[in-house]
Design a protein around this ligand. Structure first.
Ligand SMILES: Cc1cc2nc3c(=O)[nH]c(=O)nc-3n(C[C@H](O)[C@H](O)[C@H](O)COP(=O)(O)OP(=O)(O)OC[C@H]3O[C@@H](n4cnc5c(N)ncnc54)[C@H](O)[C@@H]3O)c2cc1C
Length: 379
C-alpha cells in the first residue's frame, strides 16, 4: 500500500520520536503520579517545532495545514506508550489552535499567537458543564454584555489542560435572551476565574482534567472569538478535526498494543512452549492485525480529505467511533495475552488499556457519533 507520508514526514517523525524519548518518556512516571504533565514540555516542544506548526508563519508558527504532521505526533506518542501525557499536546495542536488560526482578529493574533506558537501559552477548550456534556445546547454559563466587557458566570468540568492552560476558549450563552452561543477566550489570572479540582481519573493520569468556575469574570469584548452567536457553527466545523484526531490516536494505540504483544508472546513461555505457538494467540493476533489493516486506509483517507477541506462531519464521526472502539477492543484483547503482567504498570499495555476507556466518551460519545452518522445514512 502506498503511504500517505513522504520523506519530509518521515524526517519529522524521527525528530518527534527523539524528542519524546528524551524530553517526555523519562518523566512520564512522575507526571502520572502527579496527575499533570510539566507545562515546560509545551515550550520545549515549541522550540523543536512540535507545537504551533499550524500557526501562521507571520506569528512564529510553521504555517502548516497538513494534518499528517499532527497524525505523526499522535502515532509517536502512542508508540512510546505515553498517550496520557500526549493528550495535552494534541489537544493544543489539533483541537484549540485551529480555532485561533481561523477566527482571531488581527489584534488577537498579535496578542496571542506568538505564545501559542512557541508553546509558552497553553490552551484549552471548555464546552462541558456539570449539567450537560453531550447536549451542548444545554449549557448554562452566561456572558452578559456590559459596555466593552462581558460578565461571565457559570462553571465547566472535565476540561483537558484545565490546570495548565493560560487561554481557555469558553462556550457561553450570549445575547439579549441568552439564546445565542459564543466563544469567549478567558485568560489565566482574570479576577473571578478559578480552577477547581484536578479530577482523579481511571487513566490518562498525566493529563490534567479540571473544573473551572466563573464568578462575575469581566472579560473584554475584544476576547470574543469570531462573531457573537455563531459558536455552534464554529464548533460543528472544528469538531471534525477533533474527532479525526481522536480516531487517529485510537488506531495508533491499537498498532502499538499489537507490536508490544507480538514481542511479549514471542518471549514468554507456558507449558513448555512460547505463547505465540498457541492457536488462540495466533488467532487473536491475526484478527487484531486484520482489523488494524482494514482501518488504516480509511483513517488515512480521512486525513487526506481533512487536508483537502472535504471531510464530512459524518465521516469524521465514523473515524472517531471506529478508531476508539478498535482501540478499546484491541487493548483489552492484547492485555489478556500478557496475563497478570498486563495488569501491572510494568508493561505499557496496562496504561494503554486504562487510558483507552475515555476515548469512547470524550470528544462526543460513541452513541453521539452514531446519531451523527445515522442522520447522514437516513438523509
Ligand atoms: C478525561 C476527559 C477529558 C475531557 N476533556 C474535555 C475538554 O477538554 N473540553 C470539554 O468541553 N469537555 C471535555 N470532556 C467532556 C466530554 O466531552 C464529555 O464527558 C462527553 O461529551 C459526555 O458528556 P457527559 O459526560 O455529560 O455525559 P452525558 O451527556 O450525560 O451522557 C451520558 C450517557 O448518555 C448517553 N447519551 C447522551 N445523549 C444521548 C442521545 N441523544 N442518544 C443516545 N445516548 C445518549 C451518552 O452517550 C452517555 O453514554 C472530557 C471528559 C473526560 C472524561
Amino acid at each position: 500500500m502506498t503511504s500517505i507520508y513522504d520523506d519530509t514526514h518521515e524526517l519529522f517523525r524521527q525528530s518527534v520520536r527523539a524528542f519524546i524519548a528524551d524530553a517526555m518518556v523519562p518523566h512520564y512516571d512522575d507526571w502520572e503520579r502527579a496527575g499533570i504533565m510539566d507545562r515546560s514540555v509545551y515550550a520545549a516542544a515549541g522550540e523543536h517545532g512540535f507545537v504551533g506548526f499550524n500557526a501562521p508563519e507571520s506569528h512564529g508558527g510553521g504555517g502548516s495545514t497538513d494534518f499528517r504532521f499532527n497524525a505523526i505526533i499522535s502515532e509517536e506518542l502512542a508508540s512510546a506508550g505515553i498517550g496520557g501525557a500526549g493528550l495535552g499536546l494534541t489537544l493544543h495542536n489539533d483541537i484549540t489552535v485551529p480555532y485561533f488560526v481561523e477566527y482571531c482578529t488581527d489584534d488577537q493574533r498579535d496578542r496571542w499567537m506568538p505564545g501559542i506558537a512557541s508553546g509558552e501559552v497553553v490552551t484549552a477548550i471548555a464546552m462541558t458543564e456539570p449539567g450537560t456534556g453531550s447536549d451542548l445546547r444545554g449549557i448554562a454559563t452566561t456572558a452578559v454584555r456590559d459596555g466593552d466587557e462581558y460578565v461571565v458566570n457559570g462553571s465547566k468540568t472535565f476540561i483537558t489542560n484545565g490546570i495548565n492552560s493560560d487561554l481557555v476558549i469558553t462556550v457561553v450563552r450570549t445575547g439579549e435572551d441568552g439564546q445565542g452561543m459564543s466563544l469567549l477566550v478567558l485568560e489565566r489570572g482574570m479576577p473571578g476565574f478559578e480552577r477547581g479540582r484536578n479530577l482523579d481519573k481511571v487513566g490518562q493520569h498525566s493529563a490534567d482534567t479540571a473544573e473551572l468556575f466563573f464568578s462575575d469574570v469581566r472579560v473584554p469584548a475584544t476576547n470574543l472569538l469570531g462573531e457573537e452567536g455563531r459558536a455552534f457553527e464554529y464548533l460543528t466545523f472544528n469538531l471534525a478535526q477533533e474527532r479525526l484526531s481522536i480516531g487517529v490516536y485510537g488506531l495508533a494505540v491499537a498498532e502499538a498494543a499489537l507490536a508490544w504483544t507480538v514481542e511479549y508472546v514471542t518471549e514468554r513461555t507456558a507449558f513448555g512452549s512460547r505463547l505465540a505457538s498457541f492457536q488462540n494467540t495466533k488467532f487473536e493476533l491475526a484478527e487484531i492485525a486484520t482489523e488494524i489493516a482494514v482501518t488504516r486506509p480509511f483513517m488515512e483517507q480521512c486525513i487526506i480529505e481533512l487536508n483537502a477541506g472535504t471531510l464530512s462531519a459524518s465521516k469524521a464521526a465514523q473515524a472517531k467511533l471506529w478508531g476508539t472502539e478498535l482501540q478499546g477492543r484491541v487493548t483489552d484483547r492484547c492485555l489478556q495475552m500478557f496475563g497478570g503482567y498486563g495488569y501491572t504498570s510494568e508493561y505499557p499495555i496496562s496504561r494503554a488499556w486504562a487510558d483507552a476507556r475515555v476515548t469512547r466518551i470524550y470528544g462526543g460519545t460513541s452513541e453521539i457519533m452514531k446519531t451523527i452518522i445515522a442522520k447522514d445514512v437516513l438523509a
